[in-house]
Every structure is written in structure tokens, then in C-alpha cells.
Design a protein around this ligand. Structure first.
Ligand SMILES: Cc1cc2nc3c(=O)[nH]c(=O)nc-3n(C[C@H](O)[C@H](O)[C@H](O)COP(=O)(O)OP(=O)(O)OC[C@H]3O[C@@H](n4cnc5c(N)ncnc54)[C@H](O)[C@@H]3O)c2cc1C
Length: 272
């Protein structure tokens, strides 16, 4: 029943290996066997950028072919949706899911300016990046770093993408993807910088769970009244994350939620 419920909603991500082994969903299954119900949506995926190159800003990311592919905004939670398709198209080759953010010398000032507009904008995790006086040099520096992965990116394709992007910036209108003009800034001032993102590490978890109420009592399927004496906290409980991917900008979210759920369940039991 559990498997059918999940697959029926088409949320099993393909082409990414599981990061956790031998996780058989016992808690979820026991909840369902006791009369509970798994939330129908959203079964938030946990697929992280592995290279600690996280740049959750409206700069320009390109795909592994050097092409622009999205309307950029704070986007960490959306990137994996594109990535999975690229890996799938490439027959499971995880490298096809690599993404690269392209910025120029002005990027940190831009982040400071944009953060005032949208506090979700964040690049505090960006620890891996490669610089050059041209885009070609920056790509070459990245490819030369065999220790970090020797990421190969077609510099000519990236240059063509940047030229096109710069034209749209000058025009003040993103005719290709409809990006907010506030975040359209030409990439024209050296040094040019490439930030690699690698999603090939796989799928950490799908965090959907049992329907519960505010006291963490498991709710009966269909009628949604509490099942006496049955509580679910942490990852076995549902209705929390609500997005297409796990938000990385709320530190300690999973652990904090698990502890808080336990506290609420305990408080309820203590008052009985
Ligand atoms: C590598 C890694 C890094 C993480 N980093 C962060 C982070 O930085 N911040 C953050 O907030 N969260 C992080 N998390 C997530 C966080 O650790 C988990 O979300 C949290 O621990 C989940 O708690 P839980 O109580 O729901 O489940 P668990 O901690 O998984 O507890 C479930 C328990 O049930 C037991 N169990 C399983 N099956 C049975 C059975 N049949 N019978 C009896 N017992 C059973 C298991 O042994 C386990 O003790 C990370 C997780 C991992 C793996």
C-alpha cells in the first residue's frame, strides 16, 4: 500500500542513486498498518549540490552543455528538477547533471544588493570556484583542477551563452526566460568566475510521511481523526517541508523538527 501510494503520485526520482542504504520505511509502514495515511503530496526530495559550490542567487547557471536553461531566481530547491532530466537523457551519466554558475568581478556586490531585496538570496556556502581573465581561462582553470573533479565545460558554448545573456541585459528584457530585470546584470568585468555544482551524489531521502495533527498524533486514513496512542515525529511524520526539494537555507531544519515533534508529543501525553 505504501509503495503504491508513493508511485501512484509519480514522485520517485529516477537516475540518482540512493545515498542511504537499507532504509526500508518500517516506521511509515507500521503507521499505515495501524490505520494511518501517508500524505499525498509533496514528498519533498533531498538532492543536494555536492561540491559545496552552492550559489542560491539569481546569477547565470549553465548546464553541462554550457547552455542557459531556466528563469534564474533563488533556486537551490529547483535545480534538481532540471538535473534529473539531463541525467536521464544521458542514460544515467551523472556528469550530464553538472551545472555551473557564471559570474564576473561584480558578483559579491550584486549579492549584497540583492539580498536586501530578497533575504533568501545566499552564497555563503560557495567554497569552490575558478577564476580567469576570460571565460576560457576560468574554464581551463576548472578543468586543470584534477583534485576537485576536473570539470569540463565547453568555453566557446559558455561564451555564446554569456554574449546572448549580455544582449538581453542591455535590452532590459529577458525574452528567452522572462527573468526579473532587477537581476539581469551583464557578465562583462574580469575576472570571470565559474562555480561548479555537482548533483551526482544521489538522492539522500524522500521526506514524506504519515498525516499527523499539531500534537503529532497519527491520523486515521480518510476520516483524519487521531489514532489513540500513536504518535509520529521526525521523518516518519508528514506535512512539513512542502516544496520540490529540501530547503538548504534553514539550518538544522530536520533535526530541529524531529526534536520539536518529540517535545509536542510528550507535552500532549503529559497532559492526559
Ligand atoms: C549525513 C547526514 C547529514 C545530515 N545533516 C543534517 C543537518 O545538517 N541538519 C539537520 O537538521 N539534519 C541533518 N540530517 C538529517 C537528520 O539527521 C535527520 O532528519 C534526523 O536525524 C531524523 O530523525 P528521526 O528521529 O526522524 O529519524 P532517525 O534518526 O532515522 O531515527 C529512526 C530510528 O528508528 C530506528 N528504527 C528503524 N527501523 C526500526 C524498526 N523496525 N524497529 C525499531 N526501530 C527502528 C532506527 O534505528 C533509528 O534509531 C542529516 C542526515 C544525514 C544522514
Amino acid at each position: 500500500m505504501f509503495v503504491r501510494a508513493i508511485m501512484g503520485h509519480g514522485v520517485i526520482p529516477f537516475s540518482l542513486p540512493p545515498c542511504q542504504m537499507n532504509r526500508t520505511g518500517d516506521g511509515h509502514k507500521m503507521g499505515v498498518w495501524a490505520g494511518g495515511e501517508i500524505e499525498l503530496t509533496t514528498h519533498t526530495k533531498m538532492i543536494h549540490d555536492a561540491r559545496v559550490g552552492r550559489v542560491d542567487t539569481p546569477h547565470l547557471p549553465v548546464n553541462a552543455k554550457g547552455e542557459r536553461f531556466m528563469c534564474e531566481g533563488p533556486m537551490q530547491g529547483y535545480l534538481n528538477n532540471y538535473v534529473r532530466e539531463y541525467i536521464h537523457e544521458a542514460g544515467g551519466d551523472a556528469k550530464a547533471g553538472n551545472l555551473y554558475t557564471i559570474v564576473d568581478a561584480k558578483w559579491q556586490d550584486q549579492i549584497a544588493e540583492w539580498k536586501a531585496i530578497d533575504p533568501e538570496i545566499d552564497a555563503s556556502n560557495c567554497k569552490w570556484f575558478y577564476e580567469g581573465n576570460t571565460i576560457e581561462e576560468a574554464c581551463a582553470a576548472m578543468a586543470a583542477d584534477t583534485e576537485s573533479g576536473a570539470y569540463e565545460l565547453d568555453a566557446a558554448a559558455v561564451q555564446a551563452t554569456v554574449d546572448c545573456y549580455n544582449e538581453l541585459c542591455a535590452k532590459g528584457s529577458d525574452d528567452d526566460f522572462g527573468k526579473n530585470p532587477t537581476f539581469m546584470r551583464a557578465i562583462d568585468t574580469p575576472p570571470f568566475i565559474v562555480v561548479p555544482h555537482e548533483f551526482g551524489m544521489g538522492l539522500s531521502a524522500i521526506i514524506g510521511g504519515l498525516l499527523i495533527n499539531a500534537d503529532n498524533q497519527v491520523l486515521k486514513a480518510d476520516e483524519h481523526t487521531p489514532i489513540d496512542g500513536l504518535f509520529a515525529v521526525g521523518n516518519v511524520s508528514g506535512c512539513f517541508y512542502g516544496g520540490v526539494d529540501y530547503p538548504m537555507d534553514v539550518l538544522g531544519l530536520s533535526i530541529g523538527r524531529a526534536i520539536t515533534g518529540g517535545y509536542l508529543a510528550g507535552k500532549h501525553v503529559a497532559a492526559l
